[in-house]
Structure formats: structure tokens, C-alpha cells
Ligand binder design. Sequence first.
Ligand SMILES: [Zn+2]
Length: 186
Amino acid sequence: MRIALTTFVSLSFVVLASGCPRELPSLPFAAGSDVYVIQGWNGTQTHQDHMYYALDFAGTVGTHILAASDGTVVFTYNECSEGEPFCNNDWGNAVVINHGYGEWTNYAHLESVAPNIAVGMQVCRGQFIGTLGNTGGSSSPHLHFQMQDSGEVSGNSIAFDGFEECDIPEAGDTVTSQNKEITSCD
Ligand SMILES: [Zn+2]
């Protein structure tokens, strides 16, 4: 019994020591930003099926979008111009980040991807990854944000437990970000 317990404790230590504890994402906007939610989960406009668990945040074009959590960039697309129909299958310019734990975040309809962001690079929570835009299938400037189950831009959205700042907001809510903007992990 003593041996079994010791083994268990050792394994637990290894697991804890091998990575950061899982943490909730932060809202992907600079601290102090009040952001209006246009469409929430199960939104009647477009948030159905594979986009059921997506959130649309209104904003002005050029607003800085920040990584919600630490991770690795696995997808970027930066070839869309505003008003170009079906660009990147309507996702527009976009960034996808792998956070581990089977969770990726997708930031879509960007004006542009931040200049230093590229596939394979490590990013940290709060890192500037792009600017809010109106590219792809977007009828007004906003960020389409979703947690999803793969690194494909068209991955299936998945439920998560909310943000550091708040529970999952609903359409019509205004939420205030506390995500501290940084330009690199250093
Ligand atoms: Zn959306």
C-alpha cells in the first residue's frame, strides 16, 4: 500500500511539473476595453452547427486582438481584402492557436495578422496577434472567436468554462477585458 501511494504521488508530481496548470482564457482584447457581444453561443444568425460555440465581439477596424492563452500558432491567413467575397471560405484573415488540452482558439475576420505572427511560433496570453476587421463573411467589423477541436480554420467549435473575466457572455452583453497586452513572451 505504501509503495502504491508513493508511486501515485510521484506520477502526480511528474504531471504537474510537465506543464503549466490549465487556466481559463482571457478575453482577446486589451485591458480596459469594453466589448459588445453581437452574437453568442447558439446565435441565430450564423452560430449553429460547427460554429455553435462561437462568440462575435463588435469593434472598430484596427483594434488590437490578443492571444487568449499561451500556445503555438498553427494557422494564419492574411490574403483577404475587405469586401472580397468568400475569402478563405468566409473566415477572412485568421489566426488559430493550439493551447494543448485539445483546445485551439480561432480569431477570424481580422483586418490583418500581426506582422511578426507566423505558424510554429510560441505566443503568450496577451500577445498582439492581429487587428479586428471585416474580412470574409462579415457584414460589420467584429471578431469571430471560438474555442475549437482542431487546428483547421474550419474546426468544430467546442464549449469551454468561460473567461478569466466573466462567464460565457450572451448577445447584448458588454464585457470588460483584463488581458494585458504584450508584444512577445519575453
Ligand atoms: Zn461569428
